[in-house]
Write a protein that binds this ligand. Sequence first.
Ligand code: ADP
Length: 318
Amino acid sequence: MKIGILTSGGDAPGMNACIRAIVRYALSNGIECYGFYRGYQGILDDDHVVLKRTSVSNIIQQGGTFLQTDRCEDFLKSEYRRKAAVILRKHGIENLIVIGGDGSFKGAELLSEETGITVVGIPGTIDNDLAYTDRTLGFDTAVNTVIGAINNLRDTMQSHNKVTFVEVMGRRCGDIAFNAGLTGGAEYVLIPEMPFDIKKIAEEITESALKGKKSNLVVLAEGAGKMEEICAEFEKFSGIKPRQTRLGFIQRGGSPTYYDRLLACELGIESVKMIANGTDSRVIGVKDGKIISYGISEALKMRKQFNRSLYEDMYKLS
Ligand code: ADP
């Protein structure tokens, strides 16, 4: 048996650790592994590498993905997905493991439906924006990176009595902002899931400054609005010019945390087991600490639940 492996969409820490787990577990079970470079584009270009145990040496601790990742416009068209299946079958590959986000899974779903190639999807994105799984590979590392940045910002904020807005990634999902804000001790967290009133925040911060509170940290999810506009409004209502820090792509890099490595190992092993047992196309993830799987279309239809009560309680801690 042969398995194809690719990473697609945005890269995330833990992807390398996951490829390593897949390759080593598969080889231990007599399954050959073909890695395709740059996501779906690598299949269309037949740009592949036959992976040995040593091909994945010394990568468990590295962020990013050595198979690289890309966005592949052609894969939006059925003719190219059919072409991809022809190329996979030329190598005797009927099973593909895709590590990526919801876009990559949509491509996987269509590839599977249209061509009969079996795809197992592993959630790899720092955004944690897939509803069917509690966690995605890379999220834990990204949150820890943001917490580290918040710690640094706090040092300088307190020395200068500043209000600081820090913008973090997450696309339309506020999970990075909320989790980093809660555990980094932010005064405010602005996320797309919850309404916020910048005038009220400005008034509260002005009032707290009068009572002697010197510094305030506001974590802003990129999906909650434009930082420049929000800060301009804040300044209009408070008269305070806030510092603005956009963390950007440093959130995507870094050595994966213990948790992301563990998840990478567990999901990598499970994906190979499922394929060896003749699974249909599915995505896998983790729910309440257990590995779970769903049909791809069912998983993609799910809507993420936000922990509203914890968000509200957070303000009692700040
Ligand atoms: P992510 O997987 O992180 O959500 P993207 O949304 O950019 O990232 O998707 C990654 C790739 O998956 C795209 O470049 C494309 O090749 C494929 N893809 C995304 N959406 C679709 C779709 N609707 N149909 C087919 N392929 C898709």
